[in-house]
Design a protein around this ligand. Structure first.
Ligand code: MG
Length: 259
């Protein structure tokens, strides 16, 4: 019998790289299933909805219930809909995120002077003009959030700027910090995940490739943390890090050794 009843699994660098499944991770996903462990996929990608990963994984025979998928976009949408109902959100982010917010009944405005809440995220169109509008939107005591802290995103052949870099620029012009970054590793993200799973943190595994998001979330919430070496974390990063995982695996494929 395993000690665990639930597992929070990161997606990029843990299950997939780009749109490709990492080698043998289906073994790990099936091992969790066979042990009766509920699975929740949790990605910090703010341009994905709950429906995205099912389409990626179903061709490999892995069924994904959209209710068991969180992203920093869906967590942000759920949080804003609950804590700021009927307030207009000025968003610096992708068109996909606009749709995810609106699907959750969050009103999005592109008029900075109408902003009642500001949300910073990943925006490929980000410009001097966007930053200027952000400055106007953030005047006064407007609540200010970010979707996720990732300053860079690994892609084939290097890194591109992520939400964290854009949120930092917005913080700089407004001369204030965001009130909260809603994706991993925030306490809001952990609470949203635990709500979905209905399990105790002590009986929950969190598996991911990033120390400052996946492992930090699990450590703060009192979960058992597992770093996989299939993503962004190199041995030198691990040795230098303040946050240390409970276990290190070469891949999610080996998760059965911990069950
Ligand atoms: Mg990852």
């Amino acid at each position: 019998m395993t000690d665990y009843e639930a597992a929070i699994l990161d997606v990029d660098g843990t299950i997939v790289r780009g749109e490709e499944l990492l080698p043998n991770v289906t073994d790990g996903l099936h091992a969790l299933e066979d042990a009766g462990i509920d699975r929740l996929l949790f990605s910090n990608n703010p341009t994905r909805g709950s429906d995205h990963y099912g389409e990626t994984l179903e061709p490999y025979g892995i069924e994904v219930d959209p209710n068991a998928v969180l992203t920093s976009a869906t967590v942000s949408a759920e949080y804003l809909a609950t804590t700021h109902p009927n307030e207009r959100v000025y968003l610096v982010g992708s068109d996909r995120l606009v749709t995810i917010l609106e699907d959750a009944a969050v009103e999005v405005t592109d008029d900075p002077d109408a902003a009642e809440v500001v949300l910073g995220s990943f925006d490929k169109e980000f410009s001097y003009g966007t930053l200027w509008e952000s400055l106007r939107a953030l005047e006064g005591d407007v609540p200010f959030y970010g979707t996720d802290p990732d300053a860079t995103i690994p892609i084939d052949g290097g890194l591109i700027p992520g939400s964290g870099a854009i949120i930092a620029a917005m913080e700089a012009v407004a001369d204030r910090e965001a009130d909260s970054i809603l994706g991993k590793p925030s306490s809001i993200a952990a609470a949203t995940a635990m709500n979905r799973l209905e399990s105790d943190p002590e009986r929950t595994l969190v598996v991911g490739d990033r120390l400052n998001t996946d492992i930090a979330l699990g450590e703060r919430a009192g979960m058992t943390t597992v770093l996989v070496r299939t993503g962004v974390t190199e041995q030198a990063d691990l040795e230098a890090a303040a946050v240390q995982p409970d276990h290190v695996l070469e891949s999610l494929a080996e998760i059965e050794t911990l069950l």
